[in-house]
Each structure stands twice: as C-alpha cells, then as structure tokens.
Design a protein around this ligand. Structure first.
Ligand code: RP5
Length: 161
C-alpha cells in the first residue's frame, strides 16, 4: 500500500518540531514519508510534490514552517489533498508570525491550522489519524485506544512534585 501521509517542512531546523507529528503516526502504526520542501528555497520541489500528491495516493499532508510560513498555503493551492498546517515556533516573533502566515488563507484554499510548536505538530498527527480512521476500522480502534489511554493517565487530584 502506498504511503498516505506526507510530512513536509521548510527546513531541517523544523524537524525537532515536526518529529512530534511523526511520533504520533509511529504510535498509531500509520506509514508516512518526511521531506524537506521549502516554499522559498526549493519552490520547484514544492510544485512537484503538490502536483503529484493525488496520483501518489497521499490522503493528508502535514506541512510545518516558520516565519513567513508559506509552505502549507502554497501546498493547499497546488493540491486538493487536505493540508494540515503547523506553525513552527520562531525566535524573533515566537511563532505568531508562522501562525498568522498559515492561518489567514483566502477563501477557496483552506489549511487546517494547528497550535504553534510541538503541541500543534502532535495534534496534526492526531488530526491526520482521525481523517484516515474514517475509512479504516482498525486504525479507528487504535486511535480510540490511544485517546482512552491519555484520558486514563490524567489523575483526579494534583500532588506536590
Ligand atoms: C522557514 O524558515 C523554515 O520553515 C524554518 O522554520 C525557518 C528557518 O529556517 P532555517 O533558517 O533554520 O533553515 O522557511
């Protein structure tokens, strides 16, 4: 079976964040590919990735970038495969720049935008899992179990640490 989830990011420096999405996919036994695809530094790579996404069987693309984070939006403009955007935290503006760049898409080209940073990347993995689980009962069961385990791990009362 072909890989159904693509994780793309603008730079190697985004990987520590985007690896959180990969960790979720690993935990749920969802195959994925991870690629560096920069809207500004490798625009031809972005173009080809978007142009071939449907034919290659991708069902969800998770795209993370920081700063002038045009990667998720440009990918959404190039393919109808759903794009989940992850705003990577930046030094200069703490990722608010990334968030606004990804979130404020014009009508017609949506990007499902997550929270800034590691939590957003993990949630992108879970969102991708939820989408794929709509048509995959075994994955749905694994996702339900993952969620139940998280709930079970939360204590009822706080303790001194
Ligand atoms: C963006 O610029 C990347 O997504 C990254 O978050 C940011 C900084 O990239 P590097 O200068 O670390 O390669 O394109």
């Amino acid at each position: 079976m072909s890989v159904e989830v693509g994780i793309i990011m603008g730079s190697q420096s985004d990987w520590p964040t985007m690896r959180e999405a990969a960790a979720i996919l690993d935990a749920l036994q969802i195959p994925y590919e991870a690629k560096i695809v920069s809207a500004h530094r490798t625009p031809d790579r972005l173009w080809t990735y978007g142009k071939t996404a449907v034919d290659r069987g991708l069902k969800v693309i998770i795209a993370g970038a920081g700063g002038a984070a045009h990667l998720p939006g440009m990918m959404a403009s190039k393919t109808r495969v759903p794009v989940i955007g992850v705003p990577v935290q930046t030094k200069a503006l703490s990722g608010v720049d990334s968030l606004y760049s990804i979130l404020q898409m014009p009508k017609g080209y949506p990007v499902a935008t997550m929270a800034i940073g590691a939590a957003g990347a993990a949630n992108a993995g879970l969102m991708a899992a939820g989408i794929l689980a709509l048509g995959d009962a075994a994955l749905a069961a694994r996702l339900d179990a993952w969620r139940a385990a998280l709930t079970a791990s939360i204590p009822e009362e706080p303790k001194d640490e």
